[in-house]
Design a protein around this ligand. Structure first.
Ligand code: GTP
Ligand code: MN
Ligand code: MN
Ligand code: MN
Ligand code: MN
Ligand code: MN
Length: 210
C-alpha cells in the first residue's frame, strides 16, 4: 500500500488519506471540491549517457504558478471525474480523445483531504513510446498552452552516482496538491521502480531540502 511512502515523505502527505473511488463519489462528499489528474506514460528502457536506465517516459507539466503537476483539473458541476479528466486533458495537452481516452479502468487511486474538503482522483494510462512522443508534440497546440500550462516535462527516473541528481533532485521541486505522492504511488504500483529504491530517493530528497 501507500504506508511506506507515507512514512518517509513530506508532512503534506500525512494530511491525505486514501479512499475507495465508490465512496469518494457518494453523497457524503458531494459538497467537497473534486479534481481529476492523469499520468500518461510509456515504458522506455533506453540508457541515459549509456549508464542510467530511464525506465519510463512520464508526462508531467509546469503549471502557470511555477509548480509541477499532472495535467487534469477541477470536476465542474454536472461532470463525473472521468468526464472532467478527459475535458481537461484536451484543454491542457490537446490529447486526442478519439485515440487516447481515459476510462474507468485507468483509475489508480483517490485521496481525500478532510480539512480542505478536497477529493483528488488520479488515473494512469500507458501508451507506446511513439504515441507518447506524438502526445508531447501535440501538447504545444493545446488551448491552455502558455496560459495554464507552461510545457510538458519528463521526470528523470534514475539516480546518478552522487545519490541525489536524477529522481531525488526532481522530487525536491514544488508539487501541486499531492502530485509528488501520486507520482511515487504510480511508479510503485505500476512496477516501474521498486519501493526500496523509491524510499532511498525520498530519503535523499529530504536530506537535500532540509
Ligand atoms: P482552473 O481551470 O484554472 O480552475 O484549473 P484546473 O481546473 O486545471 O485545476 P488544477 O489542475 O489547478 O487542479 C485543481 C486543484 O488540484 C488545485 O487545488 C491544485 O492544487 C490541485 N492539483 C493541481 N495539479 C495537481 C496534480 O497534478 N495532482 C494533485 N493531486 N493535485 C493537483
Ligand atoms: Mn550535451
Ligand atoms: Mn485546466
Ligand atoms: Mn489543471
Ligand atoms: Mn478547469
Ligand atoms: Mn481552466
Amino acid at each position: 500500500g501507500f504506508s511506506d511512502i507515507e512514512s518517509q515523505s513530506s508532512k503534506t502527505l500525512l494530511e491525505y488519506e486514501e479512499i475507495l473511488f465508490q465512496e469518494s463519489v457518494s453523497e457524503k462528499f458531494k459538497n467537497f471540491t473534486h479534481a481529476a489528474h492523469g499520468m500518461l506514460y510509456a515504458l522506455d528502457d533506453r540508457l541515459v549517457f549509456g549508464m542510467f536506465r530511464q525506465r519510463a517516459a512520464i508526462l508531467m507539466q509546469l503549471r502557470f504558478d511555477g509548480i509541477l503537476g499532472f495535467p487534469g483539473g477541477l470536476v465542474d458541476p454536472g461532470e463525473n471525474p472521468m468526464e472532467a479528466l478527459n475535458r481537461e486533458m484536451e484543454e491542457e495537452i490537446n490529447l486526442d480523445l478519439t485515440q487516447h481516452p481515459f476510462t474507468n479502468d485507468n483509475h489508480l487511486v483517490t485521496f481525500l483531504h478532510h480539512k480542505k474538503q478536497l477529493v483528488l482522483h488520479f488515473f494512469t494510462k500507458e501508451v507506446s513510446l511513439d504515441q507518447f512522443k506524438n502526445i508531447e508534440l501535440k501538447s504545444l497546440n493545446a488551448k491552455e498552452y502558455g496560459l495554464e500550462c507552461f510545457g510538458s516535462i519528463r521526470p528523470p527516473l534514475f539516480t546518478m552516482e552522487d545519490g541525489f541528481k536524477g529522481l531525488p533532485a526532481f522530487l525536491s521541486n514544488q508539487f501541486a496538491g499531492n502530485s509528488r505522492e501520486q507520482l511515487l504511488y504510480a511508479l510503485k504500483s505500476r512496477n516501474i521502480i521498486t519501493s526500496e529504491e523509491i524510499a532511498t530517493c525520498v530519503e535523499s530528497m529530504k536530506r537535500h531540502v532540509e
